[in-house]
Design a protein around this ligand. Structure first.
Ligand SMILES: Nc1ncnc2c1ncn2[C@@H]1O[C@H](COP(=O)(O)OP(=O)(O)O)[C@@H](O)[C@H]1O
Ligand SMILES: N[C@@H](CC(=O)OP(=O)(O)O)C(=O)O
Length: 456
């Protein structure tokens, strides 16, 4: 089988003309890259979301001017090149469309317009990347993600990828592609099979798009090009002395992503794992520096990385009689039906304790009513909100007794509200008030980085 690689460039990698030239160099140096998936320019999706939340037309116009300013600065370094004019033309058509769509959405609040607006960053980004690549003699064809990725289901968290349709579409496009060319497409965007409308795959969802396309194209590698040299032992923005991890298993990476490591979208691991496609995470700005390779490996024993999540809720669902297996199974099935995504779950004789995000009074009420109407009349739900969750992810942590003792002692020094999984094989999690998170993360990371502690 000949090599076929899918390369995804994140928001920071496509943020400026200069950085897109770096992306072009990376692709030029690897002839097996046949599909390039791009995110919106860093910060743009945030502004588009803000547009949809605006309460006045004046505010919409203010945000629109900020976006206009961003793209004026974007094309400035192209001064003197014919490329500047074509890019400016594309940008000005796009800005007009954006203004029209934003003002229509202000009046209609239509859900489909919402998705169209927040996806517009990827629309202009893929155009600009395609044009800049072409100016570097990197022959390419821009393709709409709507032609490549199809999903079904209700909410973005529940969207089911129709991999058979995606496979048909991707392989057809690749068969038609002249050998010296490549495809440039948007991340974050998919077509809904039932409505034929554009939907978005959740914040950070371009990684997921790239993984779907890699699986559908039977790629030999998925490359995630970002602003760090791989998956690190902790978030390098807030923790000192973090380091890139050379190799990770799919399983450990999925846990890391689910528990907050922002470098990869939590849903992006499964398509790659199903297709046995290695994922390379590397820096656009240091392409021959370090990187992380995620593939099928025997996991080394030890702690790999610390992660964190903010705005989590600690949910305790009390009900007598949960000791019966069938009752627990039913309750868990109902929770799944509700689409309640949780990061941590602990079962007790009369309660289930969960860590979840995006909880508010309305959602809590909905859960309460649903469980009551499905046979759990005397249920009692307690919810503590606005908390933070720090976690350690590794393998066979339960055998690393020195490490577990070290962490247990360390916890005495920190006001931890609740601990999950001390002595667990691969994850330990700690709930704290947000103001205590950073100090705890620093110390947990120190434990990971200190060899004498991590030895068995
Ligand atoms: N464990 C981790 N390893 C590497 N980066 C991490 C980790 N946790 C959080 N990050 C953050 O993730 C960022 C990369 O993700 P993101 O901002 O979504 O990039 P992109 O714009 O390329 O998609 C890094 O700049 C880093 O600050
Ligand atoms: N632009 C989208 C999708 C995305 O994946 O972005 P990034 O690759 O920059 O995280 C977002 O900001 O959510």
């Amino acid at each position: 089988m000949s090599a076929l690689k899918v390369a995804k460039f994140g928001g920071t990698s496509v943020a400026s003309f200069e950085s897109i030239l770096q992306c072009a160099n990376i692709v030029k140096n690897d002839k097996s890259v046949k599909v390039v998936v791009v995110s919106a320019q860093a910060g743009i999706t945030e502004k588009l979301v803000a547009l949809t939340r605006s309460r006045s037309l004046e505010h919409i116009s203010l945000i629109h001017s900020e976006i206009t300013q961003f793209y004026e600065n974007f094309t400035l370094p192209m001064y003197g090149l014919p490329l500047q004019q074509v890019c400016n033309e594309a940008i000005s058509i796009w800005l007009e469309q954006l203004a029209r769509k934003a003002s229509r959405f202000f009046h209609t609040r239509n859900n489909s317009d919402y998705h169209t607006i927040i996806s517009m960053g990827e629309i202009i980004s893929s155009k600009l990347v395609s044009m800049i690549f072409a100016s570097c003699r990197l022959q390419n064809q821009e393709r709409s993600a709507l032609e490549l990725i199809s999903v079904s289901g209700d909410e973005y968290d529940d969207y089911q990828v129709d991999i058979a349709l995606c496979t048909q579409a991707c392989q057809q496009q690749l068969e038609l592609l002249p050998s010296e060319q490549l495809i440039v497409t948007q991340g974050f965007i998919a077509k809904h099979i039932e409505t034929d409308e554009l939907v978005t795959l959740g914040r950070g969802g371009s990684d997921f798009s790239a993984a779907i396309i890699a699986q559908a194209s039977q790629a030999t590698e998925l490359q995630i090009w970002t602003d760090v040299e791989g998956v690190y032992s902790g978030d390098p923005r807030i923790i000192a002395d973090t380091f890139a991890i050379e190799e990770l298993s799919y399983r450990a990476t999925a846990m890391l992503a689910n528990l907050g490591a922002k470098v990869l979208h939590r849903k992006s691991i499964e398509p790659a794992m199903q297709g046995c496609i290695p994922i390379k995470v590397a820096s656009t700005f240091k392409p021959s520096g370090k990187h992380t390779l995620i593939h099928n490996i025997n996991e080394p024993t030890g702690a790999y990385s610390v992660t964190y999540l903010n705005n989590v809720s600690l949910l305790t669902i009390n009900q007598s009689g949960l000791a019966e297996l069938t009752r627990i199974q039913l309750l868990l099935a109902l929770i799944t039906q509700l689409g309640l995504h949780f990061q941590v779950c602990e079962l007790h004789a009369n309660s289930i304790v969960l860590i979840t995000q995006n909880m508010d009074e309305a959602r809590l009420n909905e859960i309460d009513q649903y469980l009551i109407s499905n046979g759990f009349e005397d249920i009692l739900i307690q919810c503590e909100q606005d908390l933070s969750l720090a976690s350690i992810v590794g393998s066979q942590l339960n055998q690393a007794s020195r490490f577990t003792t070290y962490v247990t002692n360390l916890l005495d020094e920190h006001p931890v509200i609740r601990t999950f999984g001390l002595g667990h094989e691969s994850v330990m999690s700690f709930v704290v008030e947000p103001q205590h998170l950073l100090a705890l993360l620093q110390e947990l990371h120190l434990a990971i980085a200190t060899e004498s502690v991590t030895q068995l």
